[in-house]
Design a protein around this ligand. Structure first.
Ligand code: SF4
Length: 267
């Protein structure tokens, strides 16, 4: 995973990459924030309710509290901006409420924990290859370093507009899981070609998918090359994470000192 991030261009000189499970400070802040966070705030988060309805085994205290742990992960670094997908904005909103409440109760006027803001990209939501929520466990994602032939096979087997059963049937791009990918990867000429060709049955679905396959393979090529350099030198990757973990720890410890002080736990 770290190799993927580095290969995508994250610069460890500017970004701190670390291993959270080596930082007990996150768990401590989570516990302290739990004392002032109403459980109703967590129960109303839509993703919690949906997932527990689907799987009762998730109805645990830890799963309910997970968004609060995420809040601690953000607040411990006093983050101003949180790069997330659209489905995570509710979690950032809870983080803001948690910070506001903590500040009001324990540090009025000082705002020890600043309220972060969600940072969305131009593509705040990208559906999976089957049109449903993209997730590795659903098997509907393209991995960053999938081999070119794997990318090709995944796109070629993507479902399309269900109304377009035969080559001669006209389709509707907005009803097709391939269309959101075109909107990310294709220029305006290609988009117009897809719309016209799909609605008139002038192009087949495999014709339509080819520019996408080409664009994704082209995007991934430099990632694979950069990743190869890191994979050939795992010690360098370990060192990047090691340095990042120590850098993160210094910031986390400082925040916790302030939080303990504010709560009155600094003995
Ligand atoms: S032509 Fe393209 S947009 Fe239309 S149904 Fe086929 S894959 Fe989807």
């Amino acid at each position: 995973m770290v190799v993927d991030w580095l290969a995508a261009g994250i610069d460890p000189a500017q970004a701190t990459l670390f291993i959270q499970s080596r930082m007990p400070e996150h768990a401590e802040l989570f516990t302290l924030l739990a004392m002032s966070t109403p459980s109703s705030w967590l129960e109303r988060i839509p993703s919690y309710r949906d997932q527990v309805e689907k799987n009762r085994e998730l109805a645990t205290y830890g799963f309910l509290g997970y968004p609060l742990l995420q809040a601690a992960d953000i607040l411990i670094y006093k983050a101003a901006l949180v790069p997330v997908g659209e489905d995570q904005t509710a979690h950032v909103e809870v983080t803001r409420e948690v910070a506001r409440r903590f500040n009001r109760i324990y540090s009025p006027g000082h705002n020890i924990l600043p309220e972060p803001v969600a940072l969305l990209t131009e593509t705040p939501r990208l559906p999976g290859l089957d049109g449903f929520k993209m997730s590795k466990s659903n098997g509907n994602a393209i991995a960053m370093r999938d081999a070119p032939e794997v990318v090709e096979a995944k796109i070629r087997t993507m479902p399309t507009d269900p109304q377009r059963v035969r080559r001669g049937d006209a389709g509707e791009p907005t009803q097709c899981p391939v269309w959101p990918l075109h909107q990310v990867y294709s220029d305006s000429d290609t988009l117009a070609w897809v719309e016209q060709g799909c609605r008139s049955a002038g192009i087949g679905c495999l014709d339509c998918k080819q520019p996408l396959i080409d664009a994704i393979q082209k995007e991934q090529q430099p990632w694979r090359e950069r990743a190869d350099e890191y994979l050939a030198n795992p010690k360098q990757v370990q060192w990047i994470v090691e340095v990042g973990t120590e850098r993160a720890r210094a910031v986390a410890r400082k925040t916790l000192r302030e939080v303990r002080e504010a709560i009155g736990l600094s003995y």
